[in-house]
Design a protein around this ligand. Structure first.
Ligand SMILES: C[S@@+](CC[C@H](N)C(=O)[O-])C[C@H]1O[C@@H](n2cnc3c(N)ncnc32)[C@H](O)[C@@H]1O
Length: 255
């Protein structure tokens, strides 16, 4: 079996795109709730006029983004042309209002992209950034894509989200420290069929620090399980139990 591919290569594989879009068709209740919370935070300064949706894939989350920001212009981005094509087709057959879908790497979007009130990156988009440098660039890029006071809504894979993964990552972390395993403690190879890629699983501390360093404030972070508990919607032990984050861009210049 071939080694892991880059995120751009992996997410351009026709088999991966078909399987992903087939399996992921609608926003999930916790995503709707996270987007509503983030939109309310951003709307303290007035109605939302623009939203950037990063790593949009086939566009599954766009109806929830539209519900949270009814009057905003939506700008959707993905690193994979194949996903951009799927998303454009999804937008064409949905009643979503103004949505512009373009190809772009979320760590390196064009400098003239206008800032938004809300930036969205759900379903582990930031987990496909497999170096600390890329993750820092992603958080800085999200800050640059926001006006001061704008909000971000992010969902990432969690390292200690379920007991078997927590144990696996603890052993891996020990092995990487002894240089017996390559990469970083949070890295895990995953994929579809023979297509493999590296997925970074965050600790809550790591994710909070990444956004804090990029100039975000009022960072609110919880796991899916704690969100479920607070809503009377128990989350099964086998769930990946991702981390859910909302935060606001501080008033200072983007770093
Ligand atoms: C798990 S899918 C999620 C898609 C969509 N957000 C959803 O929830 O259905 C991850 C998406 O992120 C995109 N992606 C990965 N790395 C990216 C990057 N650096 N910049 C932009 N998009 C990226 C992939 O092409 C893929 O479409």
């Amino acid at each position: 079996m071939a080694g892991p591919r880059s995120a751009a290569e992996y997410w351009s594989s026709p088999e991966v795109v078909d399987a992903f879009v087939e399996r992921n068709r609608a926003p999930l209740p916790y995503e709707e709730s996270l987007l509503t919370t983030a939109a309310q935070r951003a709307a303290r300064d007035g109605a939302l006029r623009r939203v950037h949706v990063l790593g949009v894939g086939g566009g599954r989350e766009l109806p929830a983004v539209r519900a949270a920001a009814p009057d905003a212009e939506l700008h959707a981005w993905d690193i994979s042309e194949a996903m951009v094509d799927r998303c454009r087709r999804f937008v064409a057959r949905s009643d979503l209002g103004a949505v512009h879908v373009r190809c772009g790497d979320l760590t390196d979007l064009p400098a003239d992209v206008p800032p938004a009130d809300l930036v969205v990156g759900v379903n582990a988009v930031c987990s496909y950034l497999t170096s600390a440098t890329a993750r820092a660039r992603a958080a800085a890029s999200m800050a640059r894509l926001l006006r001061p006071g704008g909000a971000v809504a992010v969902v990432v894979q969690q390292r200690r989200g379920r007991p078997d993964w927590a144990l696996w990552f603890a052993i891996r972390s020990f092995a990487t420290r002894l240089r017996l395993a390559p990469g970083e403690p949070g890295d895990r190879i995953n994929g579809h069929g023979d297509d493999r890629l590296l997925v970074h699983h965050y600790t809550a501390r790591e994710l909070r620090r990444m956004f804090h360093r990029a100039g975000f404030e009022e960072i609110e972070l919880q796991s899916l399980r704690s969100w479920g508990r607070s809503r009377g919607r128990p989350v099964p032990t086998g769930s990946p139990n991702p981390l859910l984050l909302t935060a606001e861009r501080g008033a200072g210049p983007a770093r």
